[in-house]
Design a protein around this ligand. Structure first.
Ligand SMILES: Cc1ncc(CN)c(N)n1
Length: 232
């Protein structure tokens, strides 16, 4: 049995490759979505200088996401066999646009001067990785899977800070709502469905590239949280 048919067989019963990989790489995924930075927001012990560092760096990151998301949209136009993908990805463009506006508003609230922020290494590394995914030889399946992983880490992380029992400080709840709300969760679900559909039809070669890309995204997300805590 090939790697692909084995995976497709395992992922019957309404689950896809993404669920299969989440099981296989559970520890790595948990490392990204339950990072000490997020746990410190959730238990209220977060250091505000870390939070402000994260805010400024993420503003730069989100701006760097724009060409990446545009490239996913372009690949969908050229390669997708389902026209509804476009709507979901356009929703992603709108979401990135809202994020940029939100970061500007939030930075002024917290006194973070956005014009003088210097991107740190982990941020530059992540942005460089995103840029590599914009190349035309990167398949739509690989790019949309990466896009799902990037958005899902924030959704799962911040939703955790809003669950029952969390002690997230009142002034940080709006931040958690940005990515932890039901609408963002639905949007991530749509991205996951698109990725699963594409992965189901992918060759073994594309499947292994997409799996590798998910792992790289998770690593970069951990690096980003570490940087926010001043650990890099
Ligand atoms: C590092 C990072 N990853 C994901 C997201 C959610 N768009 C974000 N704003 N920043």
């Amino acid at each position: 049995m090939t790697e692909k048919s084995e995976a497709v067989e395992k992922s019957s019963n309404n689950t896809g490759m993404i669920e299969e990989w989440l099981r296989k790489h559970r520890l790595v995924y948990t490392g990204a979505t339950r990072h000490p930075f997020i746990l410190s927001v959730r238990d209220g012990s977060v250091d505000l200088s870390s939070f402000k560092r994260w805010l400024g760096q993420d503003y730069l990151f989100v701006k760097a996401c724009v060409p990446f998301v545009a490239s996913v949209l372009l690949k969908a136009c050229k390669e997708s066999d389902d026209s509804s993908d476009m709507e979901v990805i356009l929703g992603g463009v709108a979401s990135i646009n809202d994020e940029i506006a939100w970061f500007m508003k939030e930075a002024s609230k917290w006194g973070v001067p956005l014009t003088s922020i210097v991107p740190q290494k982990a941020n530059l590394d992540y942005c460089r990785f995103l840029e590599s995914l914009t190349r035309s030889d990167v398949e739509y399946t690989v790019a949309i899977t990466a896009f799902w992983a990037i958005e899902a880490v924030y959704q799962e992380s911040f939703a955790h800070c809003l669950e029952d029992g969390s002690k997230t400080p009142e002034e940080l709840k709006e931040t958690c709502q940005r990515w932890g709300n039901e609408g963002f969760s639905q949007y991530c679900h749509c991205l996951r469905n698109i990725a699963n559909r594409c992965l189901q039809k992918a060759t073994d070669d594309v499947l292994s590239k997409a799996e590798e890309v998910v792992l790289r995204v998770l690593e970069h997300e951990v690096g980003f949280w570490n940087m926010s805590r001043g650990e890099s």
